[in-house]
Write a protein that binds this ligand. Sequence first.
Ligand SMILES: *Cc1c(COP(=O)(O)O)cnc(C)c1O
Length: 505
Amino acid sequence: MGIRDTPNPDRPIQDLLRQIPKVDLVLAQEPLAALEARGAYSHGQVLSTTRNHLDDLRKAVLAGQTGQVPDSAAAARAVAGSLERVGAFRLRPVVNATGVVLHTNLGRAPLGPAVASHLAQVAQGYGNLEYDLSKGERGSRYDHVEDLLCQLSGAESALVVNNNASAVFLMLDALCKGQGVAISRGELVEIGGSFRIPDILAQTGARLVEVGTTNKTHPADYRRALEDRAVRALLKVHASNFVIRGFTQEVPLADLVRLARQAGALALYDAGALPLVPLDLPGQDRVPSLREVLATGVDLVAFSGDKLAGSAQAGILAGRRDLIDRIKGNPLTRMVRIDKLSLSALEADLQLYRDPDRARTEIPVLRMLDMTAEECRRRAEALEALVEAQAPGLGLDLAPVRDEPGGGSLPDVQLDGWALAVSAPGLSADGLLAGLRTGPWPVVGRIAQDRVLLSVRTLMPGDDRRVALALAHVVGEADASVGMEPSGSADAEGAVRPESGGGVC
Ligand SMILES: *Cc1c(COP(=O)(O)O)cnc(C)c1O
C-alpha cells in the first residue's frame, strides 16, 4: 500500500474526499436533470441512486482504491448510466391503447387508486394475514374475504386461491376423484396455455364422460350419462374464448342444476369470467352476476378474480359450505394459496362492491366496459387536442372502433368505441407502432388501414399525457418540458395517482 508509506498518509485521502461533488450539484447536471424532468425516473429514485454512487466513491477513496474523483458532470453521467441499467425494469407499466379491456398479455385487470393504495400499505409492513387480532392467536388467511363474498353473492361459503385454473383443479380433485364427471362435448375447451378441461380431469383422477355433440347438447344427453351410477357430477364450462354459431343448443345452467338434483349428483360450474354485479353492456345481453348464478342452485362455481370481477389475480370458489370445507381440507389447496398482496387487493375491491354504484365508477374494468361510444368519442377528441399541442406534425384523425371485453370473458361482445388514428410523416405504421412500444413509457396500440389506432376506452387516468409524450418522443419532438409529472402528482384528468415509489421506466 503506497499510501501508507507517505509521511502524511491521510492528506491525499482528505483532499480526494473534499473533491467528491455534492449531491445537489450532481442532480443539477445533464443528463440527470432532463431525465427527472421528463418523468423517466422519480426524484426519489434519482436521489438515492446519486447518493449510492457518491457513497461508493467515498468508500473507494477511503480504501485507497482510487486516486482521482470525477467532477459533477461525470458523476451525473455515471448515475444516469446506472439508473438505466438497474432502473429499467423488465416488467413495467404500459399504456393499453388496444381497446381490449381484459388484455391477458397486458396483465388483465388494472386496479383502481383506492385499491392500489391499500395494497401499497399492506405491502409495506406486517399484516394480520394469518393472525386473529381479537383472540391473539393464529387465524386463517381465507377469513378476510369469505364473509364479504358471501354477503355480496348470497353464497353459503367461499374460498379464494391463486387463480381460477387452480380453483377448477381443486374443485375436481377434492370432489370428483375416482368418479365420473359429465361434460358437454361443446364445452371441452382449451382456455389457453395448457389448461384443457379433459387434461385437467385426467390429472385429478376423475373420469370424463362426454355428453352430446360439439354443436348441440340436450337435457336427455345428460340424463343418459347420469344413468351411469358412477357419474356423480355435471360440469358446465363457460365458453370463454370462442363462439359456436348456427345450429346449436346448450343446456342452460338452471336446467343442468335440475338434472343433477334429480340424480343426486353435483352441479359444478367453471364460469371463467363472472362479474360481481350484473353487467349491462350497451347493445348487449345482460351478463348475470355471481349472485344470479348462485341463485340457480348450482353447488359450486369457480371464476377468476381478474376477469369481469375486475380485481387481482385470484381463483374464487363460491357455493355450498360442506363442499368448500372439503376443498379447504385438501392438501393441494395449500400449494395454490393466494398471496397476501392479491388478497388485500381483492378485499379492497370487495369492499367497493358493497356499494355497486361506487364499484361501477371506481373499478377500472367496470368503468371501461360501461363507457358509451359518445364518452369514447369525447375522450378521443381531448386526446387529439393534447397530441396536436404536444406532438405537432403528426397526421391525426378520429376513427370508430370495435373494442372488446377480452381476457376470455365475453367472446361474442364488441363495444363501440373511438380511437385516435395516427400517422407520422416518413414513418411506416409498423415503425410508429414499434416506436411507441419502445419509448420511456410504452404505449401498445394496433394498426388498421396503415394507421396506428389508439383506442381510448382502455386508457387509465394520466395516460393521455403519456401517449402525447410517447408520440412526441417518436417524432423526435420530445421536449423536457412536456414531461410526465413525477409519481404522486395530479395528472391531466385531475386524478391523483398513488405514490408508486418504484418510479418506473
Ligand atoms: C380464464 C378461465 C380459466 C382460467 O382462469 P385463470 O384465472 O386464468 O387461471 C378457467 N376456465 C375458464 C372457463 C376461463 O375462462
